[in-house]
Each structure stands twice: as structure tokens, then as C-alpha cells.
Design a protein around this ligand. Structure first.
Ligand code: ADP
Ligand code: MG
Length: 451
């Protein structure tokens, strides 16, 4: 391992252990400038950083070096004054500096795999709500390409899909360093397809993907309506699948509920393992808050954790956001925080996620979600792929916004109030035994709440 790679690995680990502010303050402009025998020398920007690293983080760094199975025993710190050497800098260094200033994404993402080191199985809390997905993910990471292929994980916003997908990638990367892994979001993949088409380089793109052993594609719900992307993905999928390469996919809804997905792609998705993530129960929410507090070097009373866990139920990202907010306050004011303060600090936070949507927002969300044409939705078209979204929109307008039936009819292109009543009843009835529909409605509600 060369010194640059070694230091990146150390930094990635450190980043998992300490708060991002501390990381930025103390590790941002550091690097290993020499690695000889059993000794490394780390360059730091100033004497303050030197003292701080030596006294506060030396043990952590040593421990990580041990874990990485290097034989380093001594760490020296030296001040390097980059400012004076600016003129002699080459382009590469300048670029590295710039990336550093932008928030050291350099350390966050592995260039080849596109994976973020911070997501792993160790910091993923498991509870009844994500047990199945976790078990499947873990099995796949141990035997890529053989057990569940493809693995399709779905669940609402902020519930850990990306974390789990990346954890699989990181684990495979560690256990099978030779395997070529690629993590990519569907949006990014789509833009690759689009630019390959534009530059007539489609063949190159195919060749590139053919070489991959583990393809991780995040947020495939955005495939809806993108025919060309679907087509290219279908071919790449088949090529990899036939060679027993592992494919892992996430989506905010089940394959059945992704509208405008070609039948052949849907059946491919359904051909492997499908696992969902639902909402964390109270105990798991507390466990997550505790894990995150520890990661961020925070400690709040159980009363405070209870307050957060009782009020934020459906989004782990928001649980984390609440902690961050309290943490910033505590750091700026340098004072212990009490429940009363917590309530006032989180008030906006919680209100904003409960703010009511307008009827127009509901209709737009439905249009976006089912990828239907607005004119068709408001028309009297009887095609099933239009009727269902229209009924869902009516249902939401009643259930969420409590509009009257006549005004619901009016909002959906001047329909009669009896049509709205019928739609509301129909969807309510269907919800009793159609899990997919229930998932779709929950997602729509979530999207409206976070809009
Ligand atoms: P999604 O991709 O489903 O929208 P993410 O994977 O981005 O959600 O998760 C949002 C945040 O919540 C991330 O910071 C992630 O680390 C955290 N998170 C989600 N699930 C868990 C879990 N089970 N344990 C610990 N952290 C989690
Ligand atoms: Mg995600």
C-alpha cells in the first residue's frame, strides 16, 4: 500500500469515529509525507494541529494502523507550510486542495467503486423493520453472485436503502478485493446513457459495464418513463446476470409499483430476492439514536432520546438530523442541553415535516409518482393506468386534506362529486388487502410531508 492510499484508509476510519466538524478541523490538510521502516511522518498545517493530533488522536491513528495490518510503530508529526510552496505546486495538488476545500469528498468516496466508506454493516442497526433486507444483504455480501440475484431492496425515504447497498459493496470490496464493484444511482446511470448516445459511444459504455462483477444500482424508481435507459439497463443486466455477476438494486417502491416499467425488466427484478424495509419500532429508533450519538461523540439524556424517538417515527435521516441540530446548538453555546430547550429547538424541525400540502401539490405528487400526463389525469380517460392515479389523487385529497367531494371532483378536471365518492371508497377498500397500494400511498404521503 502506498502512503497516499494508506492515509486515505486511515482517514476513512477516523471519519467514522469522530464528528464531521472535528474531522474538518484536524484532519483536513494532513497527509503522510514519508513512510519508511516502521515509521510514518504526517504533515499537518500548523503547530496547533500538531499538538492536537499528537495528544488527542495519536492512539486512534495507531489503532487503525494496527487494524490495517501495517507494521508502523512510530508516528511523527511535522508542520508543512504549504502556503509558501504554492508556486511549485503541480496541477494535481491544486486539484486535491480544491477537493479538500469542498469538503474532502476525496476521502469519502472510493474512486473506482464509487462507494462511501462510512456506510458499513457495523454501523447499521438491525430491528424487525429491516431484518429481512439486512439478512439478504449480508448473505449476498458473503456469496456475491450466487445466493440472491438480483437482490432488490425497497422502502421509503431515509430508511437505510443506500446505507445497506453501500455496506454490501464495502464488505465485498474487503473480502474480495479483486472483484470489480460499481455503485451508481439511477440518475447518474441515466446521464451516462444519454451522453453515450449523444456521443455515439454506447458500445464503450456496454464494454465498461460488462467488466463489472458487482453492480449496485440505487433508486431505480427513476426508471419510470425512461425507455432508453431501461433498454440499455436491460441489456447490461442480462449480460451480467448470465455471467453470475451480482446485481443489487434499491427502489422506494416494489417492482410492481414502478409505473411504466417494461414487463421484461419487471420480471427480471422479480426473479431474484425482493426484501422491504418498513418503519423502525420505538426500541430500534432509540438504538439508532444511541449509535449515532456515539459516532458523533454526543451524549444526551435518555429523556431527550425518548422525546426524539417518540416524535420522529418514519425517517432515520430525520432522526439523525435532529441529533445534528442539537449537537450544533450544544457546540455553539457550550452548554448542556435540557428537554425544554430540545423541544423548542426541534419544534420547527418537526412542524416542517408535518406541514400540510396544498391540493395542487397532492395532484402534482401523484402525477410525478405514477409518471402520468397531467391532461390525461384531468381528462375523463378510462384507461386503467390513468384511472388508478386519478382515484389515488382523490383519495389523498379526501383523506389528507379533508376536502369536500364536490371540490375534489372540481380539482380533478370538473368531475361529479359521485365520482370522487366512488374513488375514495374504491381505494379505501383496496387498501385493506393490497400491500403494494398501501406502500404507494404511504410513499406519496411521505413525499408530501417532506416537500
Ligand atoms: P435511503 O437511501 O433509504 O433514503 P439512507 O440509506 O440514505 O436512506 O439512510 C439515511 C440515513 O439514515 C443515513 O445517514 C444512514 O446512515 C442512516 N440509517 C438508515 N438506516 C440505518 C440503520 N438501520 N442503522 C443506522 N443508520 C441508518
Ligand atoms: Mg438512498
Amino acid at each position: 500500500m502506498d502512503k497516499k492510499e494508506l492515509w486515505q484508509k486511515v482517514l476513512a476510519q477516523i471519519q467514522n469515529k469522530i464528528s464531521s466538524t472535528n474531522f474538518a478541523t484536524w484532519f483536513k490538510k494532513t497527509k503522510i509525507i514519508s513512510k519508511k521502516d516502521k515509521c510514518i511522518t504526517i504533515a499537518v498545517p500548523n503547530s496547533f494541529a500538531k499538538e492536537w493530533l499528537k495528544n488527542k488522536y495519536n492512539d486512534d491513528i495507531k489503532k487503525i494502523l494496527e487494524e490495517l495490518e501495517t507494521n508502523i510503530e512510530t508516528i511523527n508529526y511535522t508542520i508543512s507550510n504549504n502556503a509558501n510552496k504554492k508556486n511549485s505546486k503541480n496541477k494535481k495538488d491544486k486539484k486535491a486542495d480544491l477537493i479538500g476545500q469542498l469538503g474532502f469528498q476525496e476521502f469519502k468516496k472510493d474512486k473506482d467503486t464509487n462507494l462511501n466508506f462510512k456506510y458499513n454493516f457495523d454501523n447499521f442497526v438491525v430491528g424487525p423493520f429491516n431484518e429481512l433486507s439486512h439478512a439478504a444483504a449480508s448473505a449476498v455480501s458473503e456469496n456475491p453472485g450466487t445466493v440472491y440475484n438480483p437482490l432488490f431492496i425497497y422502502g421509503g425515504v431515509g430508511l437505510g436503502k443506500t446505507h445497506l447497498l453501500q455496506a454490501i459493496g464495502n464488505k465485498i470490496h474487503k473480502s474480495f478485493p479483486r472483484k470489480k464493484i460499481k455503485y451508481i444511482s439511477l440518475e447518474k446511470f441515466t446521464s451516462e446513457v444519454v451522453s453515450s448516445i449523444r456521443n455515439q459511444k454506447m458500445e464503450n459504455l456496454k464494454i465498461k459495464y460488462r467488466k463489472i462483477d458487482v453492480l449496485i444500482l440505487d433508486d431505480v424508481q427513476f426508471l419510470a418513463g425512461k425507455e432508453k435507459t431501461q433498454e440499455e439497463f436491460f441489456h447490461i443486466f442480462n449480460t451480467l446476470y448470465e455471467k453470475n455477476k451480482q446485481i443489487i438494486i434499491s427502489s422506494d417502491r416494489s417492482p410492481k409499483s414502478i409505473s411504466a416499467l417494461t414487463e421484461r425488466l419487471r420480471s427480471r427484478f422479480e426473479g431474484g430476492m425482493i426484501a422491504d424495509i418498513s418503519y423502525p419500532d420505538y426500541e430500534t429508533r432509540i438504538a439508532i439514536l444511541k449509535t449515532k450519538s456515539k459516532e458523533k461523540d454526543l451524549s444526551f439524556s435518555s429523556e431527550i432520546l425518548d422525546y426524539i424517538a417518540t416524535n420522529i417515527k418514519k425517517n432515520i435521516r430525520e432522526l439523525e438530523g435532529a441529533l445534528n441540530k442539537l449537537s450544533v446548538y450544544q457546540k455553539l453555546n457550550n452548554e448542556e442541553i435540557n428537554l425544554k430547550k430540545v423541544k423548542s429547538l426541534l419544534q420547527n424541525f418537526m412542524q416542517s415535516s408535518r406541514k400540510k400540502a396544498t391540493p395542487q401539490e397532492v395532484i402534482d405528487a401523484v402525477i410525478d409518482f405514477y409518471d402520468v400526463n397531467k391532461n390525461s389525469l384531468l381528462s375523463s380517460c378510462r384507461r386503467q393506468e390513468i384511472v388508478k392515479p386519478r382515484q389515488v389523487a382523490m383519495y389523498l385529497l379526501k383523506n389528507e386534506l379533508k376536502l369536500s367531494y364536490p371540490s375534489i371532483g372540481k380539482k380533478l378536471g370538473g368531475k361529479d362529486h359521485t365520482t370522487a365518492i366512488y374513488a375514495y371508497k374504491k381505494i379505501s377498500k383496496k387498501l385493506e388487502d393490497d400491500d403494494n397500494l398501501e406502500g404507494e400511498i404511504t410513499l406519496l404521503k411521505q413525499k408530501l410531508a417532506s416537500a
